[in-house]
Design a protein around this ligand. Structure first.
Ligand SMILES: [Zn+2]
Length: 102
């Protein structure tokens, strides 16, 4: 059984906070967009079984992890949040197509 040392926890949380803030800065987000999860791209890809969930251009084809685009179901620009339930696996053609339409 793996033991979690008490000293690990604050540093871990701080790391997530820094990553979330860095993400918001990169995207130029306002802090009013709501909660921000520390999204693990590989976990999202695994949950979606490696298939494009946008399906605008492709037919929900398999997307290699290296080529995955992390798509926001509700775009951040429309008030969507960077959270587990609002992200999905996308392929490049679909993601670019979606961005052009919304
Ligand atoms: Zn696609």
């Amino acid at each position: 059984m793996q033991q979690i040392r008490a000293s690990d926890s604050p540093l871990h949380l701080r790391h997530n906070e820094i990553q979330a803030n860095a993400f918001q800065k990169r995207k130029g987000l306002k802090m009013t967009n709501g909660p921000v999860d520390n999204i693990d791209r590989r976990a999202v890809w695994g949950r979606d079984e490696g298939h494009c969930r946008i399906g605008l251009v492709c037919d929900c084809d398999f997307v290699p992890f290296e080529e995955m685009h992390l798509d926001h179901v509700i775009p951040l620009s429309k008030g969507g949040t960077h959270t587990w339930n609002n992200v999905q696996t996308g392929c490049k053609p679909c993601n670019l197509s979606k961005a052009a339409k919304i």
